[in-house]
Design a protein around this ligand. Structure first.
Ligand SMILES: [Zn+2]
Length: 264
């Protein structure tokens, strides 16, 4: 009996002990679970913050609010400037480009087909007025623009706000990569046009008539702070006849940015 009591007592003690151990284990688990919850919330918050910041950097607020006609690569009105870059890897297809042979039957200058047709009509109209339009550049690939940009930086000096930054577009930021921009020159032997082009017969004729064929002077004089580029009297951009006429009606020096109320 004594032994039995002792045994009972011993068994009772062991049960209490076991309950205590289980309680401790349960508390430890609860504590760990709570810690894990807090930690998971922290990680979730961090992921949400990261997602929010990455979506801001990939699409600027101004780009998302622009109408599709200003952002679509298939549109004649695609906006390309210092803050609106072409999509990475964008190149028009061969089928979208044509070679209008604007200078001779062998030149290789290419433009988007509609712009090419209009450039041919413009060249013919200028010839009627005894003006010879000499084209120095049309469609430029990303790689060609990169080479041109690097050469100009070497010549003038680099840096985001350096001397070359207002003279030439960075690769990815050039209207020439759309096949809708065209450069003229007053000297066929001169690869880089100069501001003297403005006073040439061709420069004056273009300034007065290019809009009739759908082209606008893209970097006018006195609008450098808006376009971000030097006055380039040789650089015209195809936007279609209706829009070019409407822009010209405001002023021959109205910029694309002003007309569409785009703030950079
Ligand atoms: Zn140009």
């Amino acid at each position: 009996m004594k032994n039995e009591n002792k045994n009972n007592h011993k068994r009772h003690f062991t049960s209490t002990d076991l309950i205590c151990v289980l309680l401790v284990i349960a508390l430890v688990f609860l504590g760990l679970a709570e810690y894990a919850n807090l930690h998971r919330d922290e990680i979730g918050k961090k992921i949400a913050e990261d997602l929010a910041s990455s979506s801001v950097s990939t699409s600027s607020a101004s780009a998302s609010s622009l109408p599709t006609e200003l952002t679509s690569t298939s549109s004649n009105l695609i906006l390309v400037n210092k803050t609106h870059k072409l999509p990475d890897g964008y190149e028009p297809t061969d089928a979208q480009l044509s070679t209008p042979y604007l200078n001779s039957s062998t030149d290789a200058i290419r433009l988007k087909s509609e712009a090419a047709e209009q450039a041919k009509a413009m060249k013919a109209a200028a010839a009627e007025a005894s003006i010879t339009l000499i084209v120095s550049s049309g469609y430029v690939t990303y790689k060609e623009q990169e080479d041109l940009y690097n050469a100009r930086v070497k010549l003038l000096g680099g840096g985001d706000n350096g001397p070359a930054s207002t003279a030439i577009e960075k690769p990815g930021y050039s209207e020439h990569q759309t096949g809708l921009a065209i450069d003229f020159t007053n000297d066929a032997a001169q690869s880089t046009p100069t501001s003297a082009f403005a006073d040439s017969d061709a420069g004056k004729w273009l300034y007065a008539h290019a809009h009739e064929y759908g082209f606008i002077l893209r970097y006018p004089k006195g609008k450098e702070s808006i376009t971000g580029y030097d006055y380039m009297p040789w650089h015209y951009r195809y936007v279609g006849v209706d829009v070019a006429n409407a822009i010209y009606a405001v002023s021959p020096d109205e910029t694309f940015e002003e007309y569409y109320k785009i703030s950079n």
